[in-house]
Structure formats: structure tokens, C-alpha cells
Design a protein around this ligand. Structure first.
Ligand code: BTN
Length: 258
């Protein structure tokens, strides 16, 4: 098994359609952030991977813990011909691609927590951060996946987390995982301008870890409680209140009420 990220080991696992959708795979020992690199130095279709990030970017200005040699820190610069009409769904569709890729690798039990988190047993397994390049038809898609990291390797992370190694007991080959993610992601991106939103909603339901659970939704300074009721065709979270009313949220932080 390869312990290091390796461009050739990834490329040999890609089908020709995926290879055709990509430009070059760049592997770095250390970067501040693979998203930053793709935004400033990447070309359309470039994939950037780093063994370690010194300033990994998370959502809402948070830092993404990125110790050396154990996880996947991947960014892809993707250029659409035109701004897709349902661009806000792109980060959710990226989540679908990652969840399906893990399933392709015979991994099970994971799901998606709206909007952008990969979860396993109420713990965070991975996260997604999309950044626009300027003009909205170009985006950088950043994926962080906890693969071989163990609790003793990292400083305290401010939320419950887990890694694939902690779940499955063995170290996993990150090159295999990266290739599986790229295969699913490039397919989703090529089809994205023609996205069938009803189909998207069905696909999301399959992975939704919040559906039917009592949740607290923090949107700006407003807190709402209710039962998570899946997403609508715009990818907005639906919340059913105690009075039966349905509210939707396009961006918010959600936590499950115990
Ligand atoms: C989150 O807060 O859940 C999103 C985390 C996204 C982290 C990934 S790691 C690869 C890419 N480069 C970054 O600097 N961030 C993203």
C-alpha cells in the first residue's frame, strides 16, 4: 500500500473520461492551503493535494486541522462554460460525490449533514469548502477527509470528529480514495449544468443524517428548533416546527438536539 500521496498511483486508477475532465494533479509536501493554491495558481481542471496544510481553511473562517501524512486535503479548480443556474447546489452535490466515492471503496455507515459535512455516527468525518474564483463560472472545490488521523496526533478540535481509520480499524490508501473521489466528482461536475433537481433531492435523501431528527438551527443570530425534514429542490434545509409549519434555510449551522 502507498503511504504517500502519489500522482501516478492516482492517475492509473482514473478512467479515461475522468482523466479527460482534469488538467494536472499537483502533489505538495506542504502548503498553506490547497484551496488558496488553486485560487491563485491553479488552471481549469487542476487538482491540488498536500500532505500537510499549515493554514487549512474551514467554513466560516475556521481553521481546518491538517496534520502531515494522514488525511486527504484536495482542491479542484473547475470552470463551467456559463454560471450554472443552480450554483448554490454545487457544494451539496460535491458531498454526494464524496459519499458515493467512499461507498465505491466498500466503506459504509457514513452520511451527509446539511449543508457540507460528511458524518459518521454523529461525528465529523470530512468537510467541503467552495470558493469562487471571481467570476462565478470558476470555482475551487475543497475537500478535507479524515482518513488515517488518530486523536493523539492532533490538538483539540472544537467538535466531535472521527477518521476512516478509527471506524474501520486499518490505515487506508489515500491514493485509492482520491481516485474514487475524482471519478465521482468529475462525473457530477460534467452533469451539473443539466442537473435534475428532483433526482438530486432523492439522492440527498439517501445520505441525509438529519432527516427526522430534532435539530436546532442557527441562522445569523436567530435560533429555530424543529424536526429536520430533508432539503427542497433548491438544496435548502426544511425544518418542521411543532405547529406543523415548514421553514426553509439556505445557510445555517445545524446541531442535533439530544
Ligand atoms: C469545513 O469547515 O467543514 C470545510 C473544510 C474544508 C477543508 C478542505 S481541506 C482541502 C481544502 N483546502 C483548504 O484550505 N480547505 C479545504
Amino acid at each position: 500500500m502507498h503511504n504517500k500521496l502519489d500522482e501516478t498511483a492516482i492517475c492509473t486508477r482514473l478512467d479515461t473520461a475522468t482523466q479527460a475532465g482534469l488538467c494536472k494533479i499537483h502533489v505538495f509536501q506542504q502548503l498553506d492551503s490547497t484551496n488558496r493554491w488553486c485560487l491563485q495558481e491553479g488552471q481549469c481542471g487542476d487538482v491540488c493535494l498536500a500532505e500537510q496544510q499549515t493554514a487549512g481553511r474551514g467554513r466560516c473562517g475556521r481553521q481546518w486541522e491538517s496534520p502531515a501524512g494522514s488525511n486527504v486535503y484536495l482542491s479542484l479548480r473547475w470552470c463551467f462554460a456559463h454560471v450554472p443556474p443552480h450554483l448554490p447546489l454545487l457544494s451539496l452535490v460535491t458531498g454526494l460525490a464524496v459519499a458515493e466515492a467512499l461507498e465505491d471503496c466498500a466503506l459504509a455507515g457514513h452520511g451527509l449533514k446539511w449543508p457540507n459535512d460528511l458524518y459518521y455516527a454523529d461525528r465529523k468525518l470530512g468537510g467541503i469548502l467552495l470558493e469562487a474564483v471571481g467570476s462565478l463560472e470558476q470555482v475551487v472545490i475543497g475537500i478535507g477527509l479524515n482518513v488515517n488521523m488518530l486523536p493523539e496526533e492532533v490538538a483539540v478540535i472544537d467538535q466531535p470528529w472521527i477518521s476512516l481509520r478509527a471506524i474501520h480499524g486499518d490505515r487506508l490508501d489515500r491514493n485509492v480514495l482520491v481516485a474514487a473521489i475524482l471519478r465521482r466528482l468529475v462525473t457530477q461536475l460534467q452533469e451539473f449544468p443539466m442537473l435534475d433537481m428532483a433526482r438530486f433531492r432523492q439522492d440527498w435523501q439517501r445520505w441525509d443524517v438529519l432527516a427526522g431528527r430534532p435539530v436546532r438551527v442557527l441562522s445569523g443570530s436567530q435560533v429555530s428548533e424543529g424536526v429536520a425534514y430533508g432539503v427542497d429542490t433548491q438544496g435548502q434545509l426544511q425544518l418542521k416546527g411543532a405547529d406543523g409549519s415548514l421553514r426553509t434555510f439556505s445557510s445555517a449551522d445545524v446541531s442535533v438536539r439530544m
